[in-house]
Design a binder for this molecule. Sequence first.
Ligand SMILES: *Cc1c(COP(=O)(O)O)cnc(C)c1O
Length: 233
Amino acid sequence: MGYYQGLKTRLQSVKKRIEETAKVCGRNPESVRLVAVSKTIVTNRVREAIEAGVTVLGENYVQEARSKISDLSAYPVSWHFVGHLQSNKAKYAVRLFNLIHSVDSIKLARELNKQAKKINKIQDILIQVNIGAESAKSGALAQDTIKLIKNMKSLDNLALKGLMTMPPFFNNPEKVRPFFAALRELRDHLEQQRIANVTLNELSMGMTGDFEAAIEEGATLVRIGTAIFGARK
Ligand SMILES: *Cc1c(COP(=O)(O)O)cnc(C)c1O
């Protein structure tokens, strides 16, 4: 099977698994969006994925994404930033991405707000939460998220849409599930605080190894690379 046919088959299988899982747990399949994570995947393969039906791409590195987005600008797709973002790249990020999943500090939020204002854009963002409180991982600690949201309230060029997490790594999705549940519970808790203008509809969680568990726990955005593009080098 050629790469394109293989990719098409894998994509269809992923979409089907998303749909089936949503149905089984009583959710509308359309409430779960697939973000095809294309980091390290060359432009032509990303193009093939778009032609096979991908509509949202996720990238981790600003520099890499810049050339892909420019080469593929004829396609009506959305680009999401899912990697760790440094403040000095905020200027590029607001020009390139429809949704930034990885805001985890007030410093980064302020810089994104400033850069978005310059180009007259309201930038959609998610707060990345380090739900397992792992020392080596980026993301705000769960207990710091209320303060972060409150501090972001005056940033008029940002629109907070929800939360994202990269849970601790386990080979077994059942071991990851409690972390997905914890992100959903944190979201529910934050919404109960009735912080003005904040609705946290989006939960970005679940990757190749565990997206079904994530959907069962409420994911609205699943970020899937390997199951679509094959193993990365
Ligand atoms: C690479 C990456 C993914 C996709 O991981 P797969 O296991 O290949 O599906 C999802 N989210 C983030 C933040 C990533 O860096």
